[in-house]
Design a protein around this ligand. Structure first.
Ligand code: CP
Ligand code: NVA
Length: 321
């Protein structure tokens, strides 16, 4: 019996993606009102979930640890100094051994092939906690936040403008947008745009008959036009530190500010999102800490996203309803 893994939002049908969002929201409401749903109580009791992180993390580590604990399980954090993920031992060996002892692996890796290899050889579900290509737990939290902010019924037809680096966080967000009927316009400088193969994958993830669009430009104002939500991420992802000077130069003019949003013609009442960690290059303090910003509810929603994903992929073994 092959376990089902969550490596990207592309692994989910639109109905499954919606179910993960609904479950995250309803568990959030119940637990915040003081009642832990029976669907979660003790569901990971006596079970260990390996959290294997090759890179640093605040939100993903804390949210997944807390999520496992909330279901009575034991989160076993394994940092890059603790285990041999891709160092001195093949991923095959690591995957076979760890999966023989735990109920699931949550892995933050460098190349996407690393988490894909772990999944290929694992006897238990693997959840991608960020790879070079995807960040599904972030996208679940982002859509919970979008639904809370705009109303679930009003999500279809919204427009997201991504202004910045075409990276892992964008790729899953774009897949999520197309699955949910949300237009996404991406502004990135030449040389930092969506790779052709990734673009194909994003476009292929739109359900049949979907009218949601992915558009690309090198001009931030063009992407921002008529958008409801402006989103960005760091210009220098983990592992790209040596390119810092070159990247800061390439992204000049891409900082999200009130002025840029106004010049671009964002919709009245536009909101701002960022997965964090944030640096001031990509968004100024006025927007980041201002009334349009959703960044802190978005970060909190990582917990509810992690609970929902663990419930779907580990407790319910990939049956997402
Ligand atoms: N957004 C996010 O994944 O943050 P961390 O890198 O702190 O986990
Ligand atoms: N794009 C960033 C996201 C961190 C959550 C990175 O890969 O470092």
């Amino acid at each position: 019996f092959a376990p089902r893994h969550l490596l990207s939002i592309a692994d989910l049908t639109p109905a499954e993606f919606s179910a993960l969002l609904s479950n995250a929201s309803s568990h959030k409401a119940a637990i915040k009102s003081g009642v832990t749903p029976a669907a979660l109580v003790g569901k990971l009791s006596g079970q260990t979930i390996a959290l294997m992180f090759s890179k640093r993390s605040t939100r993903t580590r804390v949210s997944t640890e807390a999520a496992v604990t909330s279901m009575g399980g034991h989160p076993m954090f394994l940092g890059s100094g603790d285990i041999q993920l891709g160092v001195n031992e093949s991923l095959y060996d690591t995957s076979v051994v760890i999966s023989s002892m735990v109920s699931a692996m949550v892995a933050r890796v460098n190349a996407h092939a690393e988490v894909a290899d772990l999944a290929k050889h694992s006897s238990v579900p693997v959840i991608n906690a960020l790879s070079a290509d995807f960040h599904p737990l972030q996208t679940i939290a982002d859509f919970v936040t979008i639904q809370e902010t705009f109303g679930k019924e009003k999500v279809q037809g919204l427009k997201v403008a991504w202004v910045g680096d075409a990276n892992n966080v964008l790729f899953d967000l774009a897949i999520g947008c197309l699955k949910m009927g949300v237009d996404i316009a991406v502004a990135a400088p030449a040389g930092y745009t969506i790779p052709a193969a990734m673009k194909q994958l994003i476009l292929a993830s739109a359900p049949e008959g979907s009218t949601a669009k992915l558009t690309e430009t090198n001009v931030p104002e063009e992407a921002i036009k008529d958008s409801n939500i402006l989103v960005t991420d760091t210009w220098i992802s983990m592992g790209q530190e040596e390119e810092s000077a070159k990247r800061l130069k390439a992204f000049a003019g891409y900082q999200i500010t009130e002025e840029l949003a106004k010049r671009g013609g964002a919709k009245d009442g536009w909101r701002f999102m960022h997965c964090l960690p944030r640096h001031s290059e990509e968004v100024d303090d006025e927007v980041f800490y201002g009334k349009r910003s959703l960044v802190f509810p978005e970060a909190e929603n990582r917990l509810w996203a992690a609970i929902s994903a663990l419930e779907g992929f580990v407790v319910n073994k990939g049956k997402i309803v």
